[in-house]
Design a protein around this ligand. Structure first.
Ligand SMILES: Cc1cc2nc3c(=O)[nH]c(=O)nc-3n(C[C@H](O)[C@H](O)[C@H](O)COP(=O)(O)OP(=O)(O)OC[C@H]3O[C@@H](n4cnc5c(N)ncnc54)[C@H](O)[C@@H]3O)c2cc1C
Length: 417
């Protein structure tokens, strides 16, 4: 038996469960927390050798990667949504829709809204959380109101439809958007979103302006696009921090001045997922998970792996891996290989991940930037990063091909369109 009767009944009472897959008692139990880009691939690959249970709070997968493209009206969005239950059924793991509330390391079990569930190996790919404290301190009402009125649409479970409606309904005035301080997920995505908003203002000839408040150094490619194509639409403020926000009065306090706004997208600073922080998986003095940079084993317990955007600094030379979907998937593959290798008594020399990311620099004319990051190990063991960034002035659906390939990795042939 994999679960006690009580655990089984609790799991069965949750909103969505995969039909029972007959568990083989001798198969090791793996729990994967989080059905995002990292968790899905780990679950799929481990299912060949282990009894895998994917636990995820949402009923369905919504891809944030390439959601900007859909926001711009360049994609019908069908590939961005997938059903977890169908994926689990076809790929040989089980799925429970539940909230993971804690990890009991000594007992090797996770505590969830569907009961306590035991594991031999645990893979946590729970993404990111947003840190409201940085902006609102103890003022929970202002934080909640900001999330409700001006959501970032940057975390799993956020509703991209809401953002699309917001843009469609915006009819003029000041549109405020903030960029989180680095490190944050998908570095070009906020700028790509800014281009989409600016293009909408320009093509609809709205009496409006987008103010982009960016605490980071300017991104040269986008800075050029803002000044060449959107001089009248975008007020780009790099190296500028949002200090305070009053969502009721719609006033933002920046480093040196205050602005009043009509509409906004507020992106607070990001941290590892709340679960990582609550379960003590983050490093000392860090809001990111403390893991071995090569195999992603948590530094305090080698039966636990943390992958994806929650992962903390991996190299003294460049800090964090880029927080991208492809990187999270590569980490999922590395961890699956690591666990299977350990089960076979042959721990592998972990592969190094890589990431490719596409972002629109401009929509009219279309220009795309392709960012590729690759890694190698230096003589002293430190990881070295090389980044190449290329502008494609005549894109021919390369991002589309990329999304098909990634979705095929996560969901298999059924996801190929
Ligand atoms: C606008 C935008 C555009 C992007 N574009 C690209 C792109 O072009 N290319 C690219 O590679 N990447 C892109 N990304 C980044 C990519 O989406 C992330 O890097 C990727 O989702 C990270 O995967 P993850 O598994 O770490 O986290 P996620 O995909 O966020 O998955 C985490 C999952 O864990 C679940 N979860 C968290 N806590 C719990 C809990 N306690 N209990 C149960 N479930 C829990 C969440 O519901 C979520 O489903 C983009 C991101 C954004 C916001």
């Amino acid at each position: 038996m994999l679960f006690t009767r009580r655990q089984f009944l609790l799991a069965a009472s949750c909103t969505i469960c995969a039909p029972a897959i007959h568990a083989t008692p001798s198969r090791p139990k793996v729990i994967v927390v989080g059905g995002g880009w990292g968790g899905l691939i780990a679950a799929r690959q481990l299912a060949a050798r282990c009894d895998v249970l994917l636990i995820e709070r949402n009923a369905g997968f919504v891809s944030l990667a390439l959601s900007n493209r859909w926001l711009a009206g360049l994609d019908d969005g069908r590939r961005l949504r997938q059903d977890y239950r169908a994926a689990a059924e076809s790929l040989g793991y089980r799925f429970v829709q539940a909230e993971v509330q804690g990890i009991e390391r000594e007992r090797r079990q996770v505590v969830t809204s569907a009961g306590a569930l035991p594991y031999d190996w645990l893979v946590v790919s729970a993404g990111i959380s947003e840190d409201d404290n940085a902006l609102f301190g103890e003022d929970r009402t202002a934080a909640a109101k900001t999330r409700q009125l001006f959501p970032s649409a940057y975390t799993a479970g956020s509703d991209p439809d809401l953002l699309k409606r917001k843009l469609a309904e915006f009819s003029g005035g000041e549109f405020l958007m903030t960029v989180p301080p680095a490190p944050y997920r998908c570095p070009p995505a906020p700028y790509e979103r800014a281009v989409i908003i600016a293009q909408s203002i320009k093509s609809r000839r709205l009496p409006a302006r987008l103010t982009l408040v960016d605490p980071n150094a300017p991104w040269p490619g986008y800075q050029r696009v803002f000044s060449e194509f959107f001089r009248d639409q975008v007020n780009y403020l790099p190296n500028t921090r949002l200090r305070q926000l009053d969502p009721a009065r719609r006033v933002a306090t920046l480093d040196i001045d205050e602005i009043r706004f009509n509409e906004a997208i507020i992106m607070p600073p990001q941290t590892a997922a709340t679960l990582c922080r609550q379960a003590g998986l983050t490093g000392r003095d860090s809001v990111w998970a403390a893991v071995d940079p090569r195999n992603f084993a948590f530094s305090g317990d080698d039966r636990i792996f943390v992958i994806g955007d929650s992962v903390g600094a991996v190299s003294p030379l460049f800090g964090h891996y880029p927080k991208t979907g492809q990187m999270a998937s590569r980490m999922g593959q590395i961890v699956a290989t690591e666990i299977i290798g350990r089960l076979d008594g042959k721990p592998p020399d972990p592969a190094l991940p890589e990431s490719t990311c596409f972002a629109y620099l401009n929509l009219d004319p279309p220009q795309v930037t392709r960012i590729e990051t690759r890694y190698r190990k230096r003589g002293d063991g430190a990881l070295v990063q090389s980044i190449s960034q290329n502008r494609e002035n005549n894109p021919q659906g390369e991002d589309d091909v990329w999304l098909n390939a990634r979705h095929s990795e996560l969901f298999g042939p059924a996801a190929r369109l």
